[in-house]
Design a protein around this ligand. Structure first.
Ligand code: CDP
Length: 221
């Protein structure tokens, strides 16, 4: 049996960086499920698809798979590696919008479960502990204040051309939190049996240690 660790939380809580580092230390595969929603968003944006029915009808033409090279996840859309293309603010917002569509979630559900079945994984997202892997061996809900999350995202994007202002990023984060928390299907919420880790006052290293401490305490890893 493979070991499954679920990490959920709002945008910019540091999930992906923390989960990637913790997975590397544990020798687990890190699965970033946000990348799957981002890839569907890219697919829809390229085709100009907006309405739920047209997205549902076109989805079977989006063949999405994950490849892992040296512990790094690559997401492949119809044979093209789109790992970099999906990291723009435009796609972040589009991902949050299409993630509210039931057919999109159902489409990605099987893919996520298949990966978890065969490998020791640390999977991050919004509904991993509540919907995708309700039987996960350990569930963590990682959060931080919206202002702190916006500061971190701003720092992360600072080197890129056209970096949005801190205010624009904060507004985006607040809007995305609202969309993710209030949607009817698989809203972002802490699973009852998830452990809350608030990283507002923790450094990256301290956050990684907090996650690893929980893995040790709860799973003996
Ligand atoms: O990295 P960041 O926190 O900005 O976002 P992400 O994890 O890449 O996810 C992008 C969007 O996909 C989120 O705003 C969610 O709406 C959606 N998502 C989801 O609904 N369920 C997941 N398991 C993962 C992401």
């Amino acid at each position: 049996m493979s070991i499954n660790i679920a990490i959920d939380g709002p945008a910019g809580a540091g999930k992906s960086t923390i989960a990637r580092r913790a997975a590397a230390r544990l020798g687990f595969i890190y699965v970033d499920t946000g990348a799957l929603y981002r890839t569907v968003a890219l697919f829809c944006t390229r085709r100009g698809l907006k309405a739920e029915e047209e997205i549902g009808a076109a989805l079977p033409e989006a063949e999405i798979s994950l490849r892992f090279a040296d512990g790094v996840q690559h997401v492949i859309l119809n044979g093209e590696d789109v790992s970099e293309l999906i990291r723009t603010p435009e796609i972040s917002m589009a991902a949050s919008t299409i993630a509210a569509i039931g057919t999109v979630r159902a489409y990605l559900f099987d893919l996520q479960q298949q990966i978890a079945k065969t490998e020791n994984i640390l999977m991050d997202g919004r509904d991993i502990g509540t919907v995708v892997l309700p039987q996960a061996d350990l569930k963590i809900f990682l959060t931080a204040d919206a202002e702190e999350r916006a500061r971190r995202r701003h720092k992360e994007l600072a080197e890129k051309p056209d970096c949005p202002s801190y205010e624009a990023i904060l507004a985006d984060i607040i809007q995305r939190d609202e969309q993710d928390r209030t949607r009817a299907v698989a809203p972002l919420k802490q699973a009852e049996d998830a452990v809350l880790v608030d990283t507002t006052r923790l450094s990256l290293d301290e956050s990684v240690e907090a996650v690893l401490d929980l893995c040790k305490e709860r799973l003996g890893l």
